[in-house]
Ligand binder design. Structure first.
Ligand code: ZN
Length: 215
């Protein structure tokens, strides 16, 4: 089982999807699973809904109910934990839960990127208001500057991508997640990957590590 984590702007979601396609991981994404429970109207979903509506994190007891269901459903699969656990306490709880099924996180992949590059990237986000395509000046540029590859429309920047918001999100990440690196390092399973540059290059760096681990 693999855990992938990294700060906002590191391209974690993109990399997770690429890895799922190549290695047949079952992806554990807490956000997706929470929304799914709410959408199907399960009893768990009804408990979760108020938290989602308020935009706050669901309490750990609900969170771990979801984790356990997912692990049980995928006992014979390779699981990629995408951005979960979010903090040290959850990491320790996850380890205990997995141990009950004779499982553990075998590899924790941390995407590393400097604050400056995150800011540059996030300010470089571009989107097409006509067809919804998304680009990035740094990591995923359109073929022609500021023009949509798909439909030829002029690209725009998102208004909420300003430096202050980004700095705040990075601080929250640092505070909650730094201890995770230390934890997985102490277990001897931390691999830090340089997440700078284009997404294909970052993907190759991760794949090199995973190829060695999976065979
Ligand atoms: Zn477009």
């Amino acid at each position: 089982m693999v855990f992938l984590f990294g700060p906002p702007g590191a391209g974690k979601g993109t990399q997770a999807d690429l890895l799922v396609g190549r290695y047949n991981f079952k992806k554990f994404s807490m956000g997706d699973l929470l929304r799914e429970e709410v959408a199907i109207g399960s009893s768990l979903g009804k408990k979760i809904e108020p938290y989602l509506k308020k935009g706050v994190l669901a309490p750990d007891e609900i969170v771990f109910e979801i984790v356990e269901d997912f692990v049980l459903e995928n006992l014979n699969e390779k699981i990629l934990f995408d951005g979960f656990p979010r903090n040290l306490n959850q990491a320790i709880e996850l380890e205990k839960l997995l141990a009950r099924y004779n499982k553990k996180i075998d590899l924790a992949i941390e995407l590393y990127i400097t604050k400056e590059e995150v800011i540059k990237r996030m300010l470089g986000r571009l989107y097409c208001s006509k067809c919804g395509a998304v680009y990035n000046e740094v990591t995923n540029p359109p073929r022609v500057s500021m023009v949509c590859d798909e439909c030829g429309n002029n690209l725009e920047k998102r208004e909420d991508d300003n430096t202050e918001t980004i700095k705040k999100r990075l601080e929250v990440y640092e505070e909650m997640t730094r201890p995770l690196s230390e934890y997985y390092k102490s277990l001897g399973i931390l691999v830090t990957i340089d997440a700078s540059g284009q997404k294909e290059d970052v993907y190759k760096r991760i794949a090199r590590v995973l190829d060695g681990y999976i065979k």
